[in-house]
Write a protein that binds this ligand. Sequence first.
Ligand code: IPM
Ligand code: MN
Length: 355
Amino acid sequence: MHATIVLLPGDGIGPEIVAQGKRVLEVIAKRFGHTFDMPEHAIGGNAIDSCGDPLPEETLNACKKSNAVLLGAVGGPKWDDPKAKTRPEAGLLRIRKELGLFANLRPTKTWDELLDASPLKREIVAGTDILFVRELTGGIYFGESGRKPHPSGEEAWNVMIYSTGEIERVVRVAADAARKRRGKLTMVDKANVLEASRLWRQVSERVVKTEYPDLEYNVVLVDSMAMHLISKPREFDVVVTENLFGDILTDEASMLPGSLGLLPSASIGSSGPGLFEPIHGSAPDIAGKNIANPLATILAAAMMLRYSMSMNAEADAIEDAVSRVLKAGHRTKDIAGTGPSISTTEMGDLVVGML
Ligand code: IPM
Ligand code: MN
């Protein structure tokens, strides 16, 4: 197969980790007889620096024409000025919206060989395997916002808004995934307080009861969910929730396996290219030091092959190579604990070697 995969390295450690993802994809192409065209484009802070726009037109057009997009990370202190005209994150939000990527899949699975890297007790986290499905193009991230004068200074607001259709389509993505997994779906909301959550509860219950009666379904309030995630993470299979709750819960969940550096994510729409990225950020404090963990990006490349190109054998090969490298005891700094660690490029070498 011939495919065009747009690489968006972005800021901070983004270029270092995407470089390793690219190497892995090159090896896969060779081994399985594909050709991957992998043009690089600017996004985020570096795009603001080079052309004043965190998502240049040229980048967006290239992504629209591609089979899939592999992104590193965006943002950094250099672009954090609250008075700035635009921010790197605006580029990420826009590309999600423009490509219609309403479902963000964040699998959170513990690796047996890394259980001691988790801040939680082994007996609590062992065997955790959750797929979060976060709504990605609606809610408070995209609702009306503004500021106006107030006797005490100013007031500011952001509106959490959802339509029936936006809820239905993401619940279906989650329910389809649950059918292929352990058949359990949990919907997380704050229906005891928020009207938007009450619509989520109503719509989600109807979709599941009428279209997915075979699933085991429950609802959990987001504050309890924050607690359950660290007290009994094994209870959950697929978790579906709105944009902001999903943002927060997936960062919390990322600590279960011990490091953000291992978690990939896929953002997909109903058609067109998907966007694949590690769930961690641009880690400006360690940028350029060749110590970042490239495995989340490499695993994001595997998700890309699986979801966007139906290349299951290729994705399996990458996941298996990563697992063998970890089993052999190789660790980047973030997961090394007090033991010895290897660099970003060495980790890339090892995965490529296994392939
Ligand atoms: C994420 C990030 C983004 C988000 C930021 C960088 C805009 O935290 O992908 O989870 O909040 O969605
Ligand atoms: Mn986040």
